[in-house]
Design a protein around this ligand. Structure first.
Ligand code: FES
Ligand SMILES: [Fe+2]
Length: 419
């Protein structure tokens, strides 16, 4: 397919209840996605707690591209493109650290950590060169919401608040689970490579249809009640926030149970320090509500998945290759809670974890299936007849419906059709 084809192309590939298989498998479409989505919209990059001190830096990404997320000498958070203005070499090859400047390994040009070129080796060879034009590239727009750092490669466009819309409330709900109102990303990341298109992963994050089947083994080994949340009788709802952000809202089920920390498979008696800190911070009644509701399950388009107890960052590498970067969420001021979060994360998405391995096998089988061309389409009509609206006007459906995928594709189409 030619990416220069008119915008009507997308109407031929994306319909309200089905999408064409080529969307996951055509490398020309992948190139178009980089241009229209990954290098244009807001993309989640990292969290301020990963670079708490001046001169801290960490390598992150926007789509397939590496960027340096740095807190510069003045304390400002910047996203620098990891490409030397001399011959294009990778300037920073260390994953993270604390440095006031970066020196390119090839010919030793040195850059301040705000991106300015400070000097070059053997400067007598550079008469008249304008140093101010030879700094590191900056990601044009950087914005932070509640410590979550987003970048946009487009100099202009909707603000981060406009992009997040109702999804910002879910981030607020997440942060409320800390007695200090902040999350921290300090547990380190695992990087899982998957031979599948990034959109299979994006769609699966709020697919409430599969858990009872794909994750039956971990639910039975862990004696977990999670499977019930995704059964046909569940009162949990799927929600489309618009702008591609989708949620499976499990609160109706947890409110029925009416037990503090049941969402986390534990009891108040097992986390006494956390519970008392929450009560001190919010008052007994509000703390009880927060600890009954638990943390959200939300996919923020295109790459940030908040999965109750983990944070996933989805990074596309090629049309059929994606990396999932995953870490345990940590809540400021909640050490006993945090220890359990790390343990549960190891069991579910660690190297020998059950949960992510099962999902990954599904993604890769999906991708392999696309090599066959009959049928050509993927079917997304589940629950179309029973869509409704919540009090805020967002479209909602049953937790097992395809409503989140339909919301993702609606937004995807609008981005791909844009000039
Ligand atoms: S490529 Fe970086 S100094 Fe030459
Ligand atoms: Fe899953």
């Amino acid at each position: 397919m030619n990416i220069a084809t008119p915008s009507s192309t997308w109407s031929h590939l994306i319909e309200p209840g089905r999408v064409h298989g080529s969307l996951y498998a055509d490398s020309e479409i992948f190139k178009a996605e980089l241009e229209k989505i990954w290098f244009r919209t807001w993309v989640y990059v990292g969290h301020v707690s990963e670079i708490p001190n001046r001169n801290d830096f960490i390598i992150k990404s926007i789509g397939p591209l590496p960027v340096i997320m740095v807190r510069d000498r003045k304390g400002e958070i910047r996203l620098l493109q990891n490409r030397c203005p001399h011959r294009g070499n990778t300037v920073c090859v260390t994953e993270k650290g604390n440095r006031s400047s970066f020196t390119c390994p090839y010919h030793s040009w040195t850059f301040a950590n705000d991106g300015r070129l400070m000097g070059y080796a053997f400067p007598e060879g550079y008469q008249g060169a304008d140093k101010s034009k030879l700094g590191l590239g900056q990601v044009p727009r950087v914005a932070i919401y509640k410590g979550f750092v987003f970048g946009s490669m487009a100099p202009e466009g909707p603000s981060l608040e406009e992009h997040l819309g109702g999804a910002a409330d879910a981030i607020d709900r997440l942060c409320e689970n800390s007695p200090e109102g902040e999350i921290e990303v300090t547990a380190g990341f695992l990087h899982h490579r998957t031979k599948a298109n990034w959109k299979f992963i994006l769609e699966n994050e709020c697919d409430g249809y599969h858990p009872g089947f794909v994750h039956a083994s971990i639910f039975s080994v862990a004696d977990s009640k999670i499977g019930e949340l995704y059964g046909p009788d569940s009162s949990a709802v799927s929600r489309d926030f618009g702008n591609g952000h989708t949620e499976v809202d499990l609160r109706p089920e947890f409110r029925k149970r009416d037990e503090v920390l049941s969402w986390f498979g534990t009891t108040a008696g097992k986390l006494p320090d956390y519970v008392s800190k929450m009560e001190a911070a919010y008052g007994a009644e509000k703390a009880r509500e927060i600890m009954i509701d638990g943390t959200p399950h939300i996919m923020i388009f295109p790459n940030l998945f908040i999965a109750e107890i983990q944070l996933f960052v989805i990074q596309p590498k090629a049309v059929d290759e994606t990396i999932q970067h995953v870490t345990a969420l940590q809540f400021k001021g909640a050490s006993d809670f945090n220890r359990r979060l790390r343990q549960q994360t190891m069991g579910s998405v660690g190297p020998a974890g059950f949960l992510l391995a099962d999902d990954t096998e599904m993604y890769e089988r999906n991708q392999r299936g696309l090599a066959m061309n009959d049928p050509e389409w993927l079917f997304l009509e589940r629950g179309m007849h029973r869509e409704g609206h919540d009090a805020d006007g967002y479209t909602i459906g049953h937790s097992t419906d395809d409503l989140p995928s339909r919301g993702i594709w609606r937004h995807y189409k609008s981005l791909m059709e844009a000039e």
